[in-house]
Design a protein around this ligand. Structure first.
Ligand SMILES: NC(=O)C1=CN([C@@H]2O[C@H](COP(=O)(O)OP(=O)(O)OC[C@H]3O[C@@H](n4cnc5c(N)ncnc54)[C@H](O)[C@@H]3O)[C@@H](O)[C@H]2O)C=CC1
Ligand SMILES: O=C(O)[C@H]1O[C@H](OP(=O)(O)OP(=O)(O)OC[C@H]2O[C@@H](n3ccc(=O)[nH]c3=O)[C@H](O)[C@@H]2O)[C@H](O)[C@@H](O)[C@@H]1O
Length: 462
């Protein structure tokens, strides 16, 4: 069966901006219901809705050439041969599976829209991270609502990029995974999408597998990445209690080629929009399949992460003579990792909430996170606290130096490189004494800071 040559794509997000850049012969329209987001994508001065290194250059080159942004979802659907569904799939907050299951409402609404609007055959690509066998539901919805002569082929093509390195991940992916039904039509649709990636991804990096394997591989990859972090963080607690050094342990362990050195950095806890959500999704899936031991195994990865955050806040309080009431703490970094403005599930939010509940004053500085985002996150983290109370306890600062002024302690919550270049002597002279530093990211040179006079506490070191 001949595969369809894709000439028009409709989708959302950085992935499709890169497809447009690499495939000038394909018209790519990114559609989103959110007008403010689309306006930002289209803004004349390239004030894009997300901060992502390298993204602006991609959009500058392709926008208006073969890359377009629009809220006209229906037109986007109608004109495309291939549609990526990359809508949000957050953890459900209520109803069946609340707190664990993925909320598939947005995927279903987008799918129904495609069925309703399409007048010609389409390849529909599931890009969102979804539970195993979601493509089956999408196919049922599409087929039950399709117009005569219209056929839909569903593919799974999970996204593996990480925030902060999205553009380089997309330019040089470890692999592109495409799952399809193993029917002639399914395999042909798979070839159509593979041909798009072939414009810049070497053939041996495009893996084609069955639909369900592809869906599950995405959850599996995130679960195993997060599991490495929880493993190293669990070991960091043993280091603190024994005198071992977690960096040395990670280095020694990672030298084994079977284990490898990446993703073994101990931290105050992983954050981000996906690790927790996807593991909980896997936990729910396992429970639904009557596999309680499997569910418990994966759940522990998230529980260890919660434990790591709590352990860190407690160490701050313990070290500061068992009370931080009325003390000023500077929190450097609010994003869930460096090189992103994203704060979803950021460990900083939990730490600050803990400091607030100890009645400390908190100064926050992050080079990328907008101030109103910080306020919104803090309000959501403490729903019972009146806004005025939060505002009395917290100050958002526009530099690290300002945040550290008159503080008793500095907490490094995000590994922004610029925190290494801070004039620590100056910080020391501006702080109350004894001046404490708590490095939740293994970022700063503890010995150098001790020489200045700081009392330094680092994750995974005694
Ligand atoms: N953020 C990331 O780095 C990664 C995200 N993913 C997955 O990709 C999916 C999307 O994640 P994000 O981009 O972070 O979510 P997001 O919440 O930032 O963006 C989703 C967008 O979809 C739009 N939308 C919702 N329903 C729509 C509809 N019916 N029609 C058109 N637009 C609609 C929303 O307005 C929103 O702008 C999730 O399933 C996530 O797990 C996978 C890998 C990486
Ligand atoms: O599905 C997703 O959304 C994405 O989730 C992660 O990407 P992301 O969350 O953007 O960022 P990571 O670099 O994975 O970092 C996640 C968290 O783990 C922390 N981390 C990471 C690595 C490490 O060694 N130690 C550690 O604490 C980071 O600071 C951060 O808080 C995966 O790395 C991507 O492959 C995946 O596509």
């Amino acid at each position: 069966m001949d595969s369809v040559k894709v000439t028009k794509i409709c989708c959302s997000g950085p992935t499709c901006a890169v497809i447009a850049l690499k495939c000038p012969h394909i018209i790519v329209t990114i559609v989103d219901l959110n007008q403010a987001r689309v306006d930002a994508w289209n803004s004349p001065d390239f004030k894009l809705p997300i901060y992502e290194p390298g993204l602006e250059e991609v959009v500058r080159e392709a926008r208006g050439r073969n890359l377009f942004f629009s809220t006209d979802v229906d037109k986007g659907i109608e004109e495309a041969d291939l549609i990526f569904v990359s809508v949000n799939t957050p953890t459900k907050k209520s109803g069946v599976g609340a707190g664990f299951a993925a909320d598939l409402n947005y995927v279903e609404l987008a799918t129904r829209r495609i069925a309703q609007v399409a007048r010609t055959s389409k390849i529909v690509v599931e890009k969102s991270t979804v539970p195993c066998r979601t493509a089956e539901s999408m196919r049922t919805i599409l087929e039950a609502n399709s117009k005569p002569g219209c056929r839909f082929d569903i593919l799974s093509n999970p996204e593996f990029l990480a925030e902060g390195t999205a553009i380089s991940d997309l330019f040089k992916p470890d692999r592109v995974l495409i799952g399809s039904l193993q029917t002639p039509e399914g395999l042909s649709a798979c070839q159509s999408l593979a041909a798009v990636y072939a414009n810049w991804v070497p053939k041996d990096r495009v893996l084609t597998v069955g639909l369900w394997s592809s869906e599950l591989s995405k959850l599996a990859a995130n679960a195993m990445l997060a599991q490495r972090i929880s493993s190293i963080n669990a070991l960091s607690a043993i280091c603190e209690a024994t005198g071992a050094n977690i960096d040395e342990v990670a280095h020694a362990v990672g030298y084994d080629t079977r284990i490898g050195p990446k993703f073994l950095k101990a931290s105050v806890g992983f954050g981000g929009s996906c690790f927790q959500k996807d593991i909980l999704n896997l936990v729910y899936l396992s429970e639904s399949l009557h596999l309680p031991e499997v569910a418990a195994y994966w759940r522990q990865v998230v529980e260890m992460n919660e434990h790591q955050k709590r352990r860190f806040s407690k160490r701050v309080v313990d070290t500061m003579f068992n009370t931080i009431t009325g003390k000023r703490i500077a929190v450097l970094g609010f994003a869930f990792k460096a090189d992103t403005g994203d704060t979803r599930e950021s460990a900083a939010i939990t730490l600050i909430r803990d400091f607030q509940s100890e009645k400390a004053y908190v100064n926050i500085y992050d080079p990328q996170v907008p101030h109103d985002q910080i306020w919104a996150d803090l309000a959501e983290a403490s729903p019972l606290a009146p806004v005025e109370t939060i505002q009395k306890q917290v100050r958002i600062c526009s530099s690290a130096m300002e945040a550290c002024q008159d503080a008793e302690a500095v907490v490094i919550a995000t590994e922004w490189k610029e925190f290494n270049d801070i004039d620590w002597e100056q910080v020391y002279s501006n702080m109350n004494k004894p001046a404490f530093i708590f490095d939740g990211r293994l970022l700063v040179d503890a010995e150098k800071l001790r020489k200045i006079g700081f009392s330094v506490t680092t994750i995974g070191r005694p």
